[in-house]
Design a protein around this ligand. Structure first.
Ligand code: AHR
Length: 542
């Protein structure tokens, strides 16, 4: 089955008959495993923003909250259970105001500064602390460099500081700061959202340059720039990238994989230019795509207490990720038919209005977010060949978080549980899957497929099937057959609840969590009843 057909099937979009039958049929072909679903698709983004790091994950060694070298034991323990493969840090927009030298050396000597114009950055968490965290998690590092307010020299020095062996002055500085051995930087991103917070790269050169500098200075910015103008379009960034990349020093064996910062959402112009210009010099182009409930950025919708129209609009909006990936992949296929450049969706997830938020970009996380995560996983799996990495925004206390904290308290969110249920999909082989007689779910003028599914052959040798029922009212029966394997039973977990916005609070942290699920074949047929508004992951057994 080709990738397009495969992804259509995964989304349940392959032609359903006009009269949907009561039972949906899913056929999995276990005899023809497809591309590997990289574990890095389950990566996470941790930005120095709000209480994402400070308070949420890092409390410092003097805190009464149990910690290991400053990192909260409860949060690190919970994250370990997710097998987090990769963490992107320090931003986001924060990366473009971050100066790495402020975050190394004795903690009590590090300067405080104002990051992103909003919060005081105390720099207690810097390079060494970040690598300590990812060592504890057993994850890889994806570091994002500062193009917005940094310099080529500053970025080159940071890469050298992290990766050089003993023979370099910066490696010696690193050793004096407590880490003689080089750090392993798996991925390095050159800039972030260059079209936005990374410098507002608009068509006119000066407008771009001005915007870029304006973020940090309030005085005359340049002079007669019309004399040396240009267009900071993607081509400009391609040059900028080359300039930065040229000076990044890292020994051959520890050279990070370089990622170019791409366009916004459906805008493929950046992917077009970058894949043409940077071929052979980048493993990926990043794209950010957030899911809102509303129709405009000014009215993104509420995290809780929403009505059914916002349930369906959120799910319908998130399903657009499939088309977005197809659009970018079509461009990549043109310039990179060898498939050497990946589409790195290094910011995705829900973003609601920040009404009464406890800290910047804090939002509650409900059953709806669990479905959003699962639907996106199915889309990423279907595009496994071109989507080797994604990092959800964000890990703790920010946007679609895994974990929420309030001082010493911690709760696990429905999104956390979804990530946990999907662990077997990390580094599994995707399996072709076809959905017949899919249900559909309609609310007002919007209709989306009722069932979304994805299957894989996991590293433990088992076939896993993940199912989402988007309908908040009706359970659905799914008949499963697997070509190339004998299947008589299914066992795993299901996540659902009575309310669409069911969520865990600090007072009541166990409102929603996965329950055990199992089914046995009867008369040679395996049928699985998926409850309304549910995410389910089961291993299929003989
Ligand atoms: O994830 C929050 C912010 O969203 C990031 O800092 C930025 O890259 C994006 O716009």
């Amino acid at each position: 089955m080709n990738i397009i057909k495969h992804s259509l099937a995964v989304l349940g979009l392959i032609a359903a008959p006009a009269f949907a039958a009561n039972q949906v049929s899913i056929s999995i072909d276990a005899s023809r495993p497809g591309p590997v679903i990289s574990k890095n698709v389950y990566g996470q983004f941790a930005e120095q923003l709000g209480t994402g790091i400070y308070g949420g994950m890092w409390v410092g060694t003097k805190s009464n909250i149990p910690n290991t070298r400053g990192w909260r034991n409860d949060v690190v323990g919970a994250l370990k259970a997710l097998h987090v493969p990769l963490v992107r840090w320090p931003g986001g927009c924060f990366a473009d105001t971050y100066h790495w030298r402020d975050g190394v050396g004795p903690q009590d000597k590090r300067p405080s500064n104002i990051s992103d114009g909003r919060v005081e950055e105390i720099n207690a968490v810097g390079t060494h602390e970040f690598f300590d965290l990812i060592d504890m998690l057993g994850a890889d590092a994806y570091i994002n460099g500062n193009v917005g307010t940094g310099s080529v020299q500053e970025m080159a020095d940071w890469v050298e500081y992290m990766t050089a062996d003993g023979g370099s002055p910066l490696a010696r500085l690193r050793a004096r700061n407590g880490h003689a051995k080089p750090f392993k930087v798996a991925y390095f991103g050159i800039g972030n959202e260059l079209w936005g917070c990374g410098g507002n790269l608009k068509p006119d050169y000066y407008a771009n340059l001005y915007s870029n500098y304006f973020k940090v200075a309030y005085f005359g910015i340049g002079n007669e720039l019309w004399g040396c103008g240009g267009n900071l379009k993607p081509d400009y960034y391609a040059n900028l990238y080359s300039n930065y990349e040229n000076f990044l020093r890292a020994p051959g064996n520890s050279r990070p994989k370089m990622i170019a910062s791409g366009g916004s959402g459906f805008d493929t112009a950046w992917t077009d230019v970058l894949s043409k210009e940077l071929k052979g010099r980048t493993v990926g182009i990043s794209v950010h795509q957030y899911t809102i409930a509303g129709t405009t950025w000014e009215g993104k919708g509420k995290d809780l207490g929403f009505k059914e129209d916002e349930w369906i609009s959120t799910l319908a909006n998130t399903l657009k990720m499939d088309q977005l990936i197809k659009d970018h992949v079509a461009v990549l296929d043109k310039h990179d038919p060898e498939k050497k450049i990946g589409l790195m969706i290094d910011e995705w997830g829900t973003w609601y209005d920040e009404a009464g938020a406890r800290s910047a970009l804090f939002q509650q996380n409900s059953l709806r977010d669990a479905l959003v995560a699962a639907l996106n996983f199915h889309i990423f799996h279907a595009h496994a060949e071109r989507v080797p990495m994604t990092t959800i925004a964000q890990m703790v206390n920010v946007l679609q978080a895994m974990i929420l904290t309030d001082k010493e308290k911690m709760v696990l969110t429905p999104t956390y549980y979804t990530f946990q249920m999907y662990v077997p999909f990390q580094d599994a082989r995707s399996l072709p899957l076809a959905i017949k007689d899919n249900t559909s779910y309609t609310m007002g003028a919007t209709t989306i497929p009722g069932v979304s599914a994805s299957a894989s052959l996991a590293k433990d040798g088992k076939v896993y099937l993940a199912l989402v029922n988007t309908d908040p009212h009706k359970a659905v029966d799914v008949a499963v057959d697997v070509a190339g394997a004998k299947v008589n039973a299914a066992a795993g977990k299901v996540l659902t609840s009575a309310a669409m916005d069911a969520h865990n609070t600090f007072q009541n942290p166990q409102v929603i969590k996965p329950a055990a699920f199992s089914a046995r074949a009867a008369g040679g047929k395996l049928s699985i009843k998926v409850p309304a508004k549910a995410v389910m992951v089961v291993a299929l057994e003989e």
